[in-house]
Design a protein around this ligand. Structure first.
Ligand SMILES: Cc1cc2nc3c(=O)[nH]c(=O)nc-3n(C[C@H](O)[C@H](O)[C@H](O)COP(=O)(O)OP(=O)(O)OC[C@H]3O[C@@H](n4cnc5c(N)ncnc54)[C@H](O)[C@@H]3O)c2cc1C
Length: 568
């Protein structure tokens, strides 16, 4: 008798044979026919900075100064970037890093003319064609097209992916941005279920800022990310989905009730706790771009009025006072975790929030941080806000992460056990001091107090024991040479090695990880990987969807990977 895993592998092997036959019978892409099938919504795509350049793909073209001025003015603007297909939050995903084919402005000064006089404008890794997806039939048409022509597919929502998985060179892009419907149902019943629950259904192109304002207008709270422009129903929710409310209200994968998607075999499906249960489990942590193209997700909501205590402190740090502050943060982390605080911390301040304390309790909880910051002549606010939306509008929108540059991340989920001993806490400080060129961001966003049902999601179990999600890393600039890019990646790899050395048995958040994460299957999914792979093979036997370090990834030798530089 074969086990489920063995029978899936056998089926997969048979399909691989089938694929090799299909490959020999692939037909040439007929873009006109595809365009007709999708109602004229197939478009040609160019890098969004191309109007600034006097050339494109080796041919002279006149610069469009007026269009270029708009691009320069909005180069660092996440809302502008996410409103168009041909750009990404981190500029390396618009370029082909390994060949330096790109069309990139200078992030430090987007009006710097050197960027368009010294280097030419190339297509880079931007998909040359994309479909403006508006319904499941568009996705079915794209999958059928890829199956018969061999043209690879990419799926792009907001373009925030840290590993460049929404940008695949010479692919047919599926742009979900205009799947922008949102609805609220006070008695949502998942297909096949019977228990009504208040929930919001959110289309696959909706950014968090729209979901939050819709929720507020409907007197509910939906739990989501810090960034306004990250998509609510794309990579965020399929890869885990953290929030500063996650310590008490769980990750995105803990709260989702249902997905509607087209799986790579072309079927339009519902996945929830009653229907396509295995797929539902895989979609709750297995990652975007892997198990299908999601059209919408439905997540449970909370009442609008959740009084939140907010602590916002900041000061001008030096290397020495920054380290003193980090020591204070490590010493307080377990107490703050028990009190439900979530937030974003740095060596010069933090914005944290908890729904569990009164104002007086919050003031007492934060007293030693307040004392320290006041001795540094910093600023302190501790206050009560009536709702998530009030917090988001006042604190989150002004604190958005910079975009429009080539940032590289290394990250690790840091378990509570590290904070229990002086030795553990010291190891974190030593790590930070040993990597002086790195940025440091500490996201307190793990579901520390959330009572998750065991094995109900496929994220790495490391999330459940962690207190911090720590990010470090590096960057490169518009005219960096290949050697300089590789050096930036190598430095980022050193950050990852350091983070692994202090938390060897933990994991990493697949959505905000190192491009060259070692042993990524274990890091991103722990013991869940084999089951995820079996489900991947069941729904995508031809491997039509593939992306960098995703479940079932075809590896560095696949042509989709050719823009990632080889880094040892
Ligand atoms: C500035 C910034 C802030 C961030 N803040 C947070 C945060 O607060 N919390 C957090 O958890 N993460 C955060 N992230 C990380 C974020 O979760 C990931 O980048 C995530 O992958 C974004 O998903 P997206 O769909 O918006 O982006 P995209 O880059 O468009 O897509 C990401 C991945 O999902 C796939 N995908 C997208 N849509 C679909 C779909 N409909 N069906 C199937 N696959 C799809 C893509 O192919 C790609 O693999 C942040 C990232 C950045 C750059």
């Amino acid at each position: 008798m074969l086990s489920l895993y063995q029978s899936c592998m056998l089926t997969y092997t048979v399909f691989l044979l089938f694929v090799s036959v299909v490959k020999t019978t692939e037909s040439a892409p007929n873009w006109n026919t595809l365009n007709e099938t999708v109602g004229g919504r197939l478009h040609k795509a160019k890098p969004f900075s191309s109007p600034c350049f006097p050339d494109f793909d080796g041919i002279s073209v006149p610069r469009n100064k007026a269009a270029c001025k708009i691009i320069e003015d909005n180069y660092l603007n996440a809302t502008y970037r996410s409103s168009q297909f041909g750009n990404f939050m981190n500029t390396q995903w618009e370029s082909c890093m390994s060949t330096s084919a790109q069309c990139t402005l200078d992030s430090s000064d987007p009006s710097d003319s050197l960027a368009w006089t010294e280097l030419p404008c190339d297509q880079g890794s931007i998909a040359p064609y994309y479909i403006d997806v508006q319904n499941y039939k568009d996705v079915q048409a794209a999958l059928a097209f890829s199956r018969t022509t061999g043209v690879p597919l990419s799926i792009k929502n907001s373009g925030h992916d840290f590993l460049g998985r929404s940008s695949i060179i010479e692919s047919l892009g599926l742009w979900t941005r205009n799947l922008d419907q949102i609805s609220y149902n006070a008695s949502f019943v998942p297909v096949g279920g019977s228990q009504p629950i208040p929930a919001m259904t959110i289309g696959a192109g909706v950014p968090w800022v729209d979901a939050y304002s819709f929720a507020d207008a409907n007197n509910v709270t939906v739990v989501g990310g810090y960034s306004e422009t990250v998509g609510a129903s794309g990579g965020w929710i399929m890869g885990g989905g953290h929030s500063v409310l996650s310590p008490t209200l769980g990750l995105g994968v803990d709260r989702v009730l249902e997905f509607k998607l087209v799986t790579p075999d072309g079927e339009y499906r519902t996945a929830n706790a009653h229907t396509n249960v295995d797929l539902f489990w895989a979609l709750r942590g297995g990652g975007g771009g892997t198990f299908g193209v999601v059209l919408e997700s439905t997540s449970m909501v909370e009442p609008r009025e959740i009084p939140l205590q907010v602590a916002s402190v900041s000061f001008n740090s030096t290397t020495e006072t920054g380290l003193q502050f980090l020591r204070l943060l490590t010493n307080n982390s377990l107490q703050w975790a028990q009190e439900g605080w979530g937030g974003h911390l740095t060596s010069s301040g933090f914005i944290s929030v908890t729904p569990l304390l009164t104002l007086e309790e919050a003031q007492a909880s934060m007293q030693n941080a307040v004392d320290f910051v006041q001795t540094q002549n910093g600023t302190v606010v501790i206050e009560t806000l009536p709702s998530w939306f009030a917090f988001f509008a006042k604190y989150t929108i002004p604190a958005q992460t910079a975009v429009g540059s080539a940032d590289l991340a290394a990250s690790r989920l840091i378990p509570y056990s590290l904070f229990e001993t002086q030795e553990g806490r010291d190891s974190f400080i030593q790590l930070v001091t040993s990597l002086p060129g790195s940025f440091l961001e500490i996201d307190v966003v793990t579901p520390f107090l959330y009572n998750a049902t065991e094995n109900s999601t496929s994220v790495t179990p490391a999330w459940r024991n962690a207190v911090w999600h720590v990010l470090m890393g590096s960057e490169f600039v518009w005219n960096s040479t290949l050697a300089e890019k590789v050096a930036a990646f190598e430095f980022t790899n050193n950050c990852t090695a350091g983070l692994i050395s202090i938390a060897p048995n933990s994991g990493a958040y697949m959505n905000e990880a190192n491009v060259y994460e070692p042993n990524y299957e274990q890091s991103f999914w722990g013991g869940n990987y084999d089951r995820l792979l079996a489900i991947k093979h069941r729904y995508d036997p031809l491997g039509l969807l593939d992306c960098w370090k995703c479940v079932g990834w075809k590896g560095v030798d696949d042509s989709r990977s050719r823009c990632y530089p080889r880094v040892d």
